[in-house]
Write a protein that binds this ligand. Sequence first.
Ligand SMILES: [Mg+2]
Length: 407
Amino acid sequence: MKITDARVFVGGPKKNYVTLKIMTDQGVYGLGDATLNNRETLPAKYLQDYLIPNLIGMDPRNSEDIWQFLYRGAYFRRGPIAMAAYGAIDMALWDIKGKLANMPLYQLFGGKSRDGAMCYAHATGADLEDLMDSVAAYVDEGYKAVRVQCGIPGMPTASYAVPEEKGARNYITDYSGIRPTVEIWDSGKYMRFMPEALMRIRERFGPELHILHDVHHRLTPREAAEFAKAVEPVGLFWLEDPTPADDQDALKLLRRHSTVPVAIGEVFNSIYDCNKLIEQELIDYIRVAVTYAGGITHVKRIVDLAALHHVKTGFHGAPSHSPLCMAAQAHLNAWAPNFGVQEYLVLGTPECDALFPSEHRMENGMVYVSDAPGLGVDFDETEVARYEYQPGSHPVVRLEDGTMWNY
Ligand SMILES: [Mg+2]
């Protein structure tokens, strides 16, 4: 069996999804997601110029050897662009494998450990009252887990994942062109406000709701330790990205002062970004995404390492992940003995469903994986032609005196 061709498509409804389609001499094709949010053209170019010419003629069933060829074969390894490109190839090869076996991918991993996988929604508010309304709406929809982000009194701009105006549900600010907008941040104001706000959410919604909160890498290790200690009575499901994720030692101080569960890793792209965090048991949830952590082959290794150290999964599920990445994660979630929770923001709009038809379904805040062979998601090439690439950027963050800070 041979790979005969592969094509890359960039486009989608309100997102520049980067979709790889690998064709074979037996008519079976595989699909993969290479979307790297706001840098979408780079993995697309890497695939087109360097990787696809090497894939032609290879046996698509040898997904492990092809992964090793991509990773070990590159002298300059890792990084989100390369790993997103490898991730798309690996996802597509697993898709082909599942279709050849006529089995959904979770069966090839070892079958189901659960029927539905718990997801968490994003509740946001310009102020606490607004946030309470947003949480209540998700609880009414059946969600058992909700991430809560709130406007901070006295902060000159809305901070990460918070709308400017009350009642505005769409806080995604990355469609504004190549030049980023600027958000102003003050860790002091945040740390004085947020623990009490989180406690009021707990009091309003009771002990059963899983409350998650994302610090988005904004605190120093000492501040993060103080904050984690302060929010301990809230009983959070997790505290996400309390410190910049590139320092694997940064969480040691937090661990010495608090037992609040910690989640990190949405910007990681390899097992070498998190092996110390996992082996030293400094985290409770690993947040990698199948796309830019090198695909199913590599993420499954991370999940297995995590399982040895009581670390559960909490895969990234930002709107930038296409339904192909979310399907790969849904299959891993159905299998993983150490599944924790899934972030889920790919809302089933008619446009997205037309581009990526599938039988995966969301019900009462749980995802139920499709039994279709492979990833269980198809791709409509005529639909994607409706969309053009739209340049975008994440905001940048400055302190009130102008100093650059972590987005
Ligand atoms: Mg996050």
